[in-house]
Design a protein around this ligand. Sequence first.
Ligand SMILES: CC(C)(COP(=O)(O)OP(=O)(O)OC[C@H]1O[C@@H](n2cnc3c(N)ncnc32)[C@H](O)[C@@H]1OP(=O)(O)O)[C@@H](O)C(=O)NCCC(=O)NCCS
Length: 190
Amino acid sequence: MALLSRIRGKWLKFACSRTARSRGGAVAGLNKVSLSVPIVADGKGQVILGARSSFGCRDAPICGNGHIRLQARTATARIQIGEQCAFSNNVTLCALNSIVMGNACLIGEMVTIMDADHHELSPRDRWTGSGRIAPVVIGDNVWIGSRVIILAGVTIGANSVIGAGAVVTKSIPPDTVAAGNPARPIRSLV
Ligand SMILES: CC(C)(COP(=O)(O)OP(=O)(O)OC[C@H]1O[C@@H](n2cnc3c(N)ncnc32)[C@H](O)[C@@H]1OP(=O)(O)O)[C@@H](O)C(=O)NCCC(=O)NCCS
């Protein structure tokens, strides 16, 4: 069993870097992480994975093959994941500029993080523009609950917790539990 999952992990890494290369992008650090679901890195930009991070969780809810999409969509876009982070299944990160995550973060299943609105508010330009684009920063040791959505321009301070199902529209300070839609601080952890 262990041998089979090692072989599967190697295959998933090979498939990940092949997809990234075919789109003109790159994934760094694949050799130092563990994968139990596919990572789809289908952007033209750079994805950097920190050592000892894991992607996919056998015990968590899963949809389809559970793939995790790390799309640094444009040539200058960057997604950076710190060391020892643990991602559950079906997580999506989409960067037009940058999404940077610190070390030891926990990411629940079906979380979405995006650094752009992807469409303009103005009805006239909605189909042509990218809308607001602003970097997302997640501090060290942040826990993001299941099905959270984090929007452009948000910074989440170190050690904070985002409750399941939250939509995070504004930055959250360090050492804070935030929840709801829109996410608001509900408790301090210090
Ligand atoms: C946020 C969480 C950690 C609880 O934190 P807590 O500080 O113990 O919060 P409490 O249970 O004391 O609730 C405090 C208030 O926030 C509300 N609240 C708690 N979690 C909430 C959530 N996810 N969304 C909206 N409101 C929430 C409670 O209803 C309560 O409201 P009230 O004061 O009006 O009664 C937990 O609710 C949660 O969301 N865990 C994530 C679980 C998860 O996704 N795990 C799998 C992925 S790794």
